[in-house]
Design a binder for this molecule. Structure first.
Ligand code: CA
Length: 252
């Protein structure tokens, strides 16, 4: 096992107390990114969303911190000085550190995605990304790790794999954004049940409910295009229950 360089000192200076903010336990993130400007602006933005954020600017520091501190999630760049993100992931998993890892990379290539996931990363986000998308992935990943079993979900010939985040219909992969994926996963975990817009907002967006927002309807529309309208020969699965909410079900 490696000796921590600055971690012991850091631990005494900054005890890991979980503060409670608006009734929710604060999540501790380790953000590993060698572009300092980007790292600092992400740290600031994440802190304004009530996360506690530590940063590391190279793979060695990331490994030290992640091995000795109980983070809830690691956001990990691939291209890093000293030890790259793939190696950091591999070493952490060899050390049996189970912390979920969201990997960042400059290239949206299948081989990088597969390599990262094979090394033990839990999700993958290509750069450049919107901050909202990063936030959605972090939240989905932290929920996923805790109480939602990683089993394949299916409704009719629509199938979703919570480990790889791949959804398919008639074995064709659906190209979903992070939000669309999170919405579909939530609907599928609650299949045959009507979900109100408020429930969906609270679960998928994690925001205080603004009764006038139509974001749920808009995203249901996007999802319906990809899940149902793109498959005109199949049974439509997403249903609007007027005045109540939405449901995904197998009506066969
Ligand atoms: Ca980098």
């Amino acid at each position: 096992m490696r000796l921590p360089s600055s971690t012991a000192e850091q631990r005494f200076c900054k005890p890991s107390i979980r503060v409670r903010l608006s009734g929710k336990a604060q999540m501790r993130l380790l953000l590993v990114e060698d572009e300092k400007k980007l790292a600092l602006s992400l740290k600031k933005a994440l802190e304004s969303e009530s996360f506690a954020v530590d940063t590391a600017y190279d793979g060695e520091d990331a490994l030290d911190k992640a091995t000795f501190e109980p983070y809830d999630l690691i956001v990990l760049d691939i291209g890093l000085p000293k030890i790259n993100g793939f190696e950091v992931t591999k070493k952490l998993r060899e050390e049996k550190v189970p912390t979920p890892i969201l990997m960042l990379t400059a290239k949206d290539t299948i081989s990088d995605k597969v390599k990262g996931l094979n090394m033990g990363a839990d999700d993958y986000l290509p750069k450049p990304f919107d901050f909202d998308e990063l936030l959605a992935r972090i939240r989905a990943l932290s929920r996923r790790g805790k109480d939602e079993p990683k089993i394949r979900l299916s409704v009719d010939n629509l199938s979703l794999d919570p480990v790889t985040h791949v959804a398919t219909r008639t074995n064709k992969e659906l190209k979903l954004t992070a939000k669309e994926y999170a919405l579909l996963e939530y609907l599928m975990r609650n299949q045959n049940h009507i979900l109100s817009k408020t429930q969906i907002l609270e679960h998928v967006w994690d925001i205080e409910t603004d009764p006038f927002t139509n974001v749920v309807d808009v995203y249901i529309g996007y999802l319906r295009n990809k899940v149902d309208k793109d498959f005109p020969k199949e049974i439509p699965l997403i249903e609007t229950v007027k005045g109540i909410g939405y449901r995904i079900s197998n009506k066969k």
